[in-house]
Structures are given as C-alpha cells and as structure tokens.
Ligand binder design. Structure first.
Ligand code: NAD
Length: 379
C-alpha cells in the first residue's frame, strides 16, 4: 500500500476532525493508500507541538510555505480560516501536491476560480470538505433520488440554525471569532452555513438557476479582538433566500446565528411527485421517507434507522442497529478521496463543485444587496 504523507494546515476544530479521519480510515475501509501524519502547521509552535503529540504528527511547522514546498509531503490539507485558502491551495497546486480544502473554497467566486484554475492547470487531485454529503442518510437520499423514486421534484427546503452570536458583547475577529470578521470569513452565515446547504442541495437536486435573497446584520458594530476598537460588522448574521433550480423545482433556504435554542440544526426536505424525504442533523442516523405508492391504510412517514449493511458506508462499521455520528462523515470523505486517487479519477466534491457553491453564495449576497432576483453565474 502506498503511503500518502499529509501536511495539515490549521489544528482547530477541523484540524481535529481531519486528523481523526486520516488515522481511522485504514482501520475501517479498504483503500489503496495509507495516510501518514507527516506535519502539522500552525502559527503557535508550542500549541502545534502539543497537537502533534496528541494526534501523532511527526513534525511541526509554523510557516505553511515550508510545508507546501517540502518534497516529503504528498497531500496538503487546508483546515485554516477562509482568508488563507486561496493562497495556500494555489501554492500547493503549483508545487504539484494533492489538495484538500475546507469549505467555503474561497471567500467569493473570483477567489475560488483562481484556485480551480491552479489545480486544473497542475492536474492535481482536489476535494472540498463538504462532509454532509457523506452522512449515510444523506448519501441514501441521493441514491433514492437518482433511482427516480421521488419522481419529478417540486420543492427543496433547507435550514441551518445556530444561536452563538446573539450577545452584543461578543467581539469580532481573532482566534475562535474570525467568522465574524468579514475580511477573514468573506461573508457571514451565507458562506459559512448556507454553503453546506447549497452544496448538498445541488448534489441532490442539480444546479440553481436564480435566487432572491434577504440578509440582515442584527448587531452593527462589535469590538475587534485584534485592534481593541469597536468596528462595523461586515458579515450577514442571517440569510434567507428563495431559489429556482434548473429542473424547475422551487426552494427556500435559511441560515442564522440568531435562532435562540438551536446549536447546529441543519435540516433538509425534498418533496417529489411520488415520495418525500426529510433529514435532520440532530438525528443524523435517521432518514424520514414518505412513499405515496405504499398501501393506503399503511401509508405514512417512515423513520428509517440508517444502520443496516445495505445502507451507504454502514457495512464498514459495526453491526446492524448500531449508529455512527458526525466524525464518521470525515472518515468517509477520506476513504472516498483515497479510492478516487488510487483509481485515477476525481473525488467529489471537487474544487470546481466548490466554486459552483461559491457562485450561488455570490448571487445570494448580490441579490440581497440589490433587492432583486439574481441569476447564478454559469460557467
Ligand atoms: N466542514 C465543516 O463542517 C466545517 C466546520 C467548521 C469549519 N469549517 C471550515 O474549516 C476551516 C477552519 O475552521 P475551524 O472551525 O477549524 O477554525 P478554528 O478557528 O477552530 O481553527 C483554525 C486553525 O487555523 C490556524 N491558522 C490560522 N491562520 C493560519 C495560518 N496563516 N497558517 C497556519 N495556520 C493558521 C489556527 O491557528 C487554527 O489552528 C474554515 O474554512 C471553516 O469554514 C468547516
């Protein structure tokens, strides 16, 4: 089996989920490569050393350029804030490395386009960490749709609700709070939360043609953690939009960090001619399914426990009836990436698919600013 030497940039929340996935994948999946945790890179050397010791990285680096340039590394994994993605990904592609990058790919479509150009010119394998595609229940939804069981799709409904920025005392910027600083994040919940909903939606239901959006920034100014000054808030705190898909179906999307009581409530619902599907991240191992073809007196919503061997990915885990969780979606993503790389084909979602999502988030923000229906850029 070929070793694949990983250079991880960023050891925060996603650095942990990715490291866990790289460590576990060969225990559960027969894949053609073995990830080797070669180097972790972050700006604070002491904390990076602690992280390396805990997760098993052989080396520590504080300058990502050295990781990208190292001949001993095959794969650059970008798990740092959004403003770092383009520079690192482009340099990694130019150095001939495989690149995995966290979402959103860029802070906007223009940045993502430059990243896509770089990986496509270099011909290097690439993948965006839109991990919700790899929740077995969501993967099953994709299979059911592709088998035609829903028939013509009429409606798509998605929400991603949180409540952690309601306090006006919360600063913006800096460690842990970079998501509130528009220069670093690119946008607010549109690029952070809706990007997930849009990626899943386009995977399940095809491309989005046009959108009509409304955004709001509830807290207009916050102290910046790095400058100590009260500065205007440039991100959207809430973002809602109507959309029309290329297949004619209609959609509503909503994301906010001001839905008191909700921590990470990602839900989606799809209504087709013959059947409907609902999924909820808080109950991620279940798929709700309604089939109009069922016998009338027994017809109703089924709650399918996604733990059987015939369910996506599940034969690699425990015995039927025992569920898996959030971290496993990242293991699945690495397994699919390694299989694709070993087979010489692209691993979805590719950077080009990440760009397609960023084109939609750009259209959402443009629509909200102009208060009008806006076409999504076609490439
Ligand atoms: N797929 C998902 O569900 C998901 C969930 C959360 C975050 N994300 C994405 O993952 C990325 C990271 O988010 P997070 O929540 O892990 O953030 P985080 O704040 O927890 O961690 C960010 C890490 O990047 C490091 N970093 C910052 N600048 C750096 C630089 N110039 N060089 C090297 N390291 C640097 C920080 O030290 C920190 O270790 C973001 O793009 C975010 O949108 C995706």
């Amino acid at each position: 089996m070929k070793n694949l030497r990983v250079g991880l940039i960023g050891y925060g929340f996603m650095g942990r989920t990715h490291s866990n996935a790289f460590r576990k994948v060969n225990n559960f999946f027969d894949v053609p490569c073995q990830p080797v945790l070669h180097t972790v890179c972050a700006r604070n050397a002491e904390r990076a050393k602690d992280f390396a010791a805990k997760w098993g990285y052989a080396n520590v680096e504080t300058d990502w350029r050295k990781v990208v340039e190292s001949p001993d590394i095959d794969l650059i994994d970008i798990a740092s804030p959004n403003d770092t993605h383009a520079e690192i990904a482009i340099a990694a592609a130019k150095a001939g490395k495989m690149v995995m990058c966290e979402k959103p790919l860029g802070r906007n479509g223009a940045e993502s386009e430059a990243i896509v150009d770089a990986v496509e010119q270099a011909g290097v394998p690439n993948m965006v960490w839109y991990n919700y595609r790899r929740v077995p229940a969501v993967t099953l939804a994709k299979q059911l749709i592709d088998e035609g069981r829903l028939g013509r799709i009429f409606h798509y409904r998605a929400k991603f609700l949180q409540d952690w920025t309601i306090s006006s005392d919360l600063p913006q910027g800096g460690e842990g709070l970079w998501r509130l600083d528009v220069k670093v994040a690119g946008s607010g919940v549109t690029g952070d939360l809706l990007a997930h909903c849009i990626d899943t939606a386009m995977w399940l239901n095809g491309g989005i043609d046009e959108v009509s959006a409304m955004t709001e920034t509830f807290i207009k100014a916050r102290k910046h953690s790095l400058t100590g000054e009260v500065e205007p808030v440039g991100i959207d705190d809430a973002s809602l939009f109507l959309a029309k898909f290329n297949n004619g179906s209609l959609a509503t999307f909503e994301a906010t960090r001001y839905a008191r009581g909700h921590k990470a409530l990602y839900t989606l619902e799809i209504n087709g001619e013959h059947a409907s599907i609902m999924w909820d991240l808080h109950d991620l191992h279940r798929l709700q399914y309604f089939d109009h073809k069922d016998e009338g007196k027994l017809r109703g919503w089924k709650s399918i426990h996604i733990t059987d061997r015939e369910h996506p990915y599940m034969s690699n885990w425990w015995v039927p009836g025992l569920q898996i969780g959030y971290e496993h979606t990242f293991v699945h993503q690495v397994a699919d990436f390694l299989t694709a790389v070993g087979g010489g084909h692209a691993a979805a979602p590719t950077f080009r698919e990440g760009l397609a999502t960023d084109d939609v988030t750009d259209a959402v923000l443009a629509s909200a600013a102009s208060r009008s229906w806006t076409k999504v850029k076609t490439r």
